[in-house]
Design a protein around this ligand. Sequence first.
Ligand code: ADP
Ligand code: MG
Length: 336
Amino acid sequence: MKPLLQVRDLRVTFDLGRHGRLTAVDGVSFDLARGEFVALVGESGSGKSTTALALIRLVPPPGFISGGRLLWWEDEGPVDLLRLSASQMRERRWRDIAMIFQGAQNALNPVMRIAEQMIETMRAHHSMPRGEILERAARCLRMVRLEPSRVLRAYPHELSGGMRQRVLIAMSLLMNPRLLILDEPTTALDVITQAHILEILREIQEQLGLTMLLLTHDLAVVAKTARRVLIMYAGQIVEEAPTEALFEAPYHPYTRGLLQAMPTLRGDLAGKRPIPGAPPDLRHPPPGCRFHPRCPYASEICRQLEPALEEAGGRRVACHHWQQVAQEVLAPEPYG
Ligand code: ADP
Ligand code: MG
């Protein structure tokens, strides 16, 4: 598969003044191939949103990108997005890479009809006649299974949460981006609306051959959409695998913990076992493996030596004991 974006050793630092400094994204590397649907998964605070914002160079202060490369592939070869000027980057945002921000369905302008918001979004990047924009808007709304004649006239409050989220997806498609990043697109929605939106996303992704990066804390969402998964913990990628393989046999104890915290795995809430403990304070990450204080497999080496993210049979994993974890996959109770 042809690469679209190669993220290399990406770092994002927050300078908190007298409260110290933290590296919210710490040496993250992964590839997105053209037309792929990839999920970035981790608990709240693991660095998903910050990673995504770095990809479009919109990390809010006091955060800044403190290292790495973002190789964006064109037919002629790669361009490092981090080397572009601010105005060159602005041109690519939404046109090459669009992002739907976490909670954005509540950020639509309440006093503006959807039509005007779509026109405004488009006009910020292209000078195009109103009629032409509306035609395009209608096409994008139909792709997310909304009725343009009704929705274009509506104000945000006249639409349900699920419809607003679909409007945002339609808006992000206006400029025909090559990469669409979705940050927790279904988190605030009920399960049925969630399933509907995920189905629409998969459909659009296939129809348009769009590359999608979906950020979520919820592995159930991943199972319904992505072909490949990146697992993030405390600012680092700890595992990467094709979705099916990951669900079948997680190699990282953290992934295994996430799977066991899923209610649907056992079909009942009673079987759900959250990972004990909490993610570390990133100003003072634990030495060695960052997950070791919460890990049932941790041994001396884990407390001292940071495991590298290594190739393991077409996957990647950062754990000193991954072979043991992979083998024990069917054992019932690693977290007691
Ligand atoms: P996620 O999207 O996985 O929930 P975030 O990327 O939002 O995680 O946050 C990752 C970490 O980055 C947080 O745990 C926090 O330590 C730090 N962080 C994010 N935004 C800020 C900010 N504005 N100021 C200080 N720290 C921040
Ligand atoms: Mg987030």
